[in-house]
Design a protein around this ligand. Structure first.
Ligand code: TYM
Length: 327
């Protein structure tokens, strides 16, 4: 069985990009892989999140992931900070990665890379992410397209470390879905749907009410040529809607386009398909939300399982670099 690991930040309401780019595939992967899924609260500290909000959103994220179908009997779901080895391994990897590599990360550049006031944690963010992955000897990492560069860096770091110290780490691969890997903002279809860029009409939350989903899809930006065709270059808004329809109906955007003559009809079907795809999740979320004690218990069990694997890998890495074992 391949080992799979992925992570998600608890930094606000999860949206359609998170769902179709990642979470939905996590649910499928738990059946065919030995899967570890991590709520990366330490990564969320690179933003200006309030302490109470971080705590609350960490549990919210767990509720959403469980509602989406993660089953703690089939996968290990845990909170990153509950496994101290993530921070311990990060240091060893920071002594392997280079400043030049980290400077080239587009996410860092996009979030104000050149400024003196930017947090050090934002700069070293990809190294912590590499630690998340390498600690679990993951073969595959299911992510959206925006994480591709971070995965490349993780591979580079793993290979360099292995070359220098012996084969400690598995070199992972990104698994990026064919449809849904890049869900775009409904109002600005040239940029990805995102938690951090505030675009209330452009972003659809996984738990949003059906009427809101309908309203936002109806208002989604398209173009004026009036022809329904899948062309992400010259018709990004329409291509995004077709991709969302494809992602929620398991179809292909090029083919689906042939069924429509009018943008309005397409929008109606996109909204209906999204509402239907998310309905079970919304219903289960309400149940889990009412029993947060149980969710915390499950996270506790996940942490125990995760620590077992992570501590073993960290001990091997620490030994390989020459740290003296505790007498
Ligand atoms: P995060 O929390 O931003 O997003 C979680 C997952 O959702 C995907 N995603 C998208 N997919 C398609 N379209 C979009 N608009 C969209 N927006 C987000 C992301 O690609 C991701 O798969 N650095 C990571 C979290 C992380 C991680 C890890 C991931 C930390 N450690 C280890 C994998 C393995 C992040 O910020 O994801």
């Amino acid at each position: 069985m391949p080992r799979v690991l992925s992570g998600i930040q608890p930094s606000g309401d999860l949206h359609l990009g998170n769902y179709f780019g990642a979470v939905r595939n996590w649910v499928a992967d738990q059946e065919r892989a030995d899967a570890f899924y991590c709520i990366v609260d330490l990564h969320a500290l690179t933003t200006s999140i309030e302490p109470g909000q971080l705590r609350r959103q960490t549990v919210d994220a767990a509720c959403v992931l469980l509602a989406a179908g993660l089953d703690p009997n089939q996968c290990t779901l845990f909170v990153q900070s509950h496994v101290p080895a993530h921070q311990q391994l990060t240091w060893l990897l920071e002594c392997t990665a280079t400043v030049g590599e980290l400077r080239r990360m587009t996410q860092f550049k996009d979030k104000g890379g050149g400024q003196e006031t930017v947090r050090v944690g934002l700069f070293t963010y990809p190294v912590l992410m590499a630690a998340d992955i390498l600690l679990y000897n993951a073969d595959q990492v299911p992510v959206g397209d925006d994480q591709r560069q971070h995965l490349e860096l993780t591979r580079e770091i793993a290979i360099r470390f292995n070359n220098r110290y012996g084969g400690v780490f598995t070199v992972p691969e990104a698994t990026i879905p064919k449809v849904g890997a890049r869900v775009m903002d409904l109002q600005h279809p040239e940029r990805k749907m995102s938690k951090s860029v505030s675009s209330p009409l452009g972003t659809v939350g996984i738990l949003e009410a059906p009427e809101e989903i309908e309203r936002k899809i109806k208002k989604a930006v398209t173009d004026t040529d009036g022809e329904v065709r899948y062309d992400p270059e010259s018709k990004p808004g329409l291509a995004n809607l077709l991709s969302l329809l494809a992602a929620s109906t398991d179809g292909r955007p090029e083919q689906l386009a042939e069924n429509y003559d009018r943008y309005g009809d397409l929008k109606k079907d996109v909204a209906a398909a999204l509402i239907e795809a998310l309905r079970p999740l919304r219903e289960r979320y309400a149940e889990l939300d009412a029993d947060r004690g149980e969710v915390l218990r499950l996270l506790g069990l996940g942490a125990v399982q995760a620590r077992e694997v992570a501590n073993e890998t960290y001990a091997r890495a620490a030994d390989a670099v020459g740290l003296l074992a505790e007498p």
